[in-house]
Design a protein around this ligand. Sequence first.
Ligand code: FMN
Length: 217
Amino acid sequence: MNREPKDIHALRQNYTRAELDESEVGRNPIQLFKQWFGEAQHTNILEPNAMVLSTVSADLRVHARTVLLKEITESGFVFYTNYESAKAMDIEHSAHVSITFLWKEMERQIRIEGMAQKISVERSEKYFQSRPRGSQLGAWASPQSDIISDRSVLHDNLNELEQKYPEGTQIPIPPQWGGYEITPDFVEFWQGRESRLHDRLAFTTEDGEWKVVRLAP
Ligand SMILES: Cc1cc2nc3c(=O)[nH]c(=O)nc-3n(C[C@H](O)[C@H](O)[C@H](O)COP(=O)(O)O)c2cc1C
């Protein structure tokens, strides 16, 4: 079977599913995010909470990777990771981050920019204890972002941990693992429209009051 890429120039989708109007977005982007997220959960989207997190390193390079949204609070968006990972080093250098959700099936994109801040150990611990055992051990076993010689490093770590924490014992939260909450100061809702004349409504804030502006597509 020929698996060569076909003509990429010709790949083109016309967006006609919905519209986005100023009259329907309200005054709080987190509320609107929750509404869109709920709609995404009721659409056949695999992992609607997957988001691309972009950070900037000390040498001003941009780094992007996918993480999972695990909580939406009154004030922001929470994800969990390793506090010694490359992304954590970036955030230490600059707390300004961006997250992007793409829900293709709904012809929607949400871009969020804001400041990331570690959440309390108590909050991280509560979530850690709710995770499946395998994920808990995985958080201990992986020196995230480090170069490792081969996969056996992870298996060896896991074997050791399984002996240290036999089935039935509680696994403590690793000190290098926890959550970040992103407090937004820019949230853009994008709805695909016909002829590339998409709807883009952006919430901005400088003083806690949100303002909605329409951006050209
Ligand atoms: C669908 C998906 C979900 C992911 N979720 C997370 C997550 O919630 N937390 C995390 O640390 N890494 C997650 N990862 C792995 C990251 O993309 C990344 O490889 C890892 O965090 C290391 O990134 P860094 O070296 O830039 O710190 C996920 C990857 C994918 C593809």
